[in-house]
Design a protein around this ligand. Structure first.
Ligand SMILES: NC(=O)c1ccc[n+]([C@@H]2O[C@H](COP(=O)([O-])OP(=O)(O)OC[C@H]3O[C@@H](n4cnc5c(N)ncnc54)[C@H](O)[C@@H]3O)[C@@H](O)[C@H]2O)c1
Ligand SMILES: [Fe+2]
Length: 393
């Protein structure tokens, strides 16, 4: 059914394929820039990826204004201010972020404080608080999960309040997203699995959330279809270039879907697990997705039934009677988590992920305040969230 009214917007230019990196100098020139700061993290540098990027730019007249490689996992407002100061001190004119979601979201935060000429990121928490056009920003994802390279979302930790702050604004879209197979081949199996489950969660939640529409559905469905075919293959052999590019595209498609239709309860609880207990985002998604789907079943069974075709493939879909398809979709997700657990030890329970039972009420309380919950089709109060958490424990 087509919603009575919807909006869709995504202005990000996508470069996908081998040599995509080589075109960054041209893209920056087109944006009127030649002195970017590169924002990344130590893991990316150690994997040799920054060298690959700089080699790809050899021969161009690009000048690297500064390189910041100390982004921590799940970066914070403190880091954002530190990087912004480096940007200003080195007269940079643009941002190239090379990394996973933590790096890309840090870069978005940096862009906010530079553009708004402030050091108080907190002022811009929430939806559509930004009005000024941001500095040119190129996103080079090195994980296939968050889709942050095509989203209007940034998630940044607030260290004092032990929570994750979400920022959404049309201004936050990067100008260009660069998917180059050389950037994801080095991701270790467990991070490949966790980030892939993050992408799957974006697609499943986008397909069932309140703002879903035909455009977000198309992106979400294709993302799930690619993840079914390629995630396990990528975890089994990280050097499989075809599978890596399929996962990079799946993550991007899921990002386009959820940036528009938003995510729901799985992300609300997952953000809270990250804020309260430091569970990595993708790990939380992998654990919580089937339980969140079960919770939503009363409102979303029809959408989950439709998704079975992408989640389990045409044979299973055809062999499953219509009234069993939604439940079969949850089974397909559980099966995928189980296979990933066997292949690389991806946790299946919150307990395995290091969460303490006595932390569950604090997680539930934090999740209640998370912005994603308002887009979830089924309403959820404290007790409902505790129910999901206890089931996932
Ligand atoms: N903005 C959004 O739309 C959005 C959506 C979902 C999640 N997020 C946020 O993204 C963050 C998680 O991002 P992530 O899952 O990509 O993980 P990450 O960025 O935290 O990276 C995880 C680890 O993988 C390493 N790594 C990354 N790429 C590598 C590569 N190619 N080779 C070797 N090592 C590599 C990093 O060094 C790091 O140690 C969370 O903060 C989450 O809240 C944002
Ligand atoms: Fe996510």
């Amino acid at each position: 059914m087509i919603p009575a009214y919807y909006e869709y917007y995504n202005p990000v230019k996508v470069l996908s394929g081998r040599q995509a990196l080589d075109n960054i100098p041209y893209e920056l020139e087109t944006l009127g820039c030649r002195r970017p700061i590169i924002i990344t993290d130590k893991g990316i540098v150690e994997a040799g990826l920054i060298k690959t990027v700089l080699d790809a730019w050899a021969g161009s007249d690009l000048v690297v204004g500064a390189l910041y490689d100390e982004t921590p996992p799940d970066s914070s407002n403190v880091v954002v201010n530190r990087v912004a100061e480096i940007y200003r001190n080195n007269n940079c004119d643009s941002i190239v972020a090379v990394g996973g979601g933590s790096v890309l979201d840090t870069a978005k935060g940096v862009n906010i404080v530079i553009t708004e000429e402030t050091d108080d990121l907190m002022r811009f928490i929430g939806a559509e608080r930004l009005r000024k056009r941001m500095r040119p920003f190129i996103a080079v994802p090195t994980t296939s999960g968050t889709g942050s390279e095509v989203t209007m979302v940034a998630v940044i930790a607030n260290l004092e309040k032990k929570c994750k702050m979400a920022f959404t604004s049309y201004m936050l879209f990067p100008d260009v997203a660069v998917l180059d197979p050389r950037m994801t081949m080095t991701v270790p199996p467990r991070i490949t699995a966790a980030t892939g489950m993050d992408a799957l969660t974006h697609a499943v939640e986008a397909f069932s959330c309140l703002q879903k529409n035909p455009l977000s559905d198309g992106y979400a469905f294709k993302a799930v279809d690619l993840i079914r075919q390629y995630l396990i293959r990528t975890v089994q052999n990280g050097k499989d270039e075809e599978a890596r590019m399929a996962m990079a595209n799946a993550s991007l498609l899921a990002g386009c879907a959820f940036s528009n239709s938003m995510v729901g309860i799985v992300h609300s609880i997952g953000h809270a697990c990250g804020g309260v207990c430091g569970v990595p985002h993708g790990v939380a998604m992998a654990i919580l997705l089937p339980w969140g789907m079960e919770y939503n079943m009363k409102e979303c069974a029809g959408y989950y039934a439709e998704l079975l075709l992408a989640l389990a493939g045409p044979e299973v879909y055809a062999q499953t009677v219509p009234e069993k398809r939604a439940g079969q979709s949850v089974t397909a997700v559980r099966q995928l988590s189980k296979t990933l657990n066997q292949l690389c030890g991806l946790p299946i329970t919150l307990k395995d992920a290091g969460v303490k039972k006595e932390q569950l009420p604090q997680i539930a309380k934090t999740a209640q305040g998370d912005g994603s919950l308002i887009f979830n089709r089924a309403e959820a109060d404290f007790q409902d969230i505790m129910g999901v958490l206890e089931a996932a424990y």
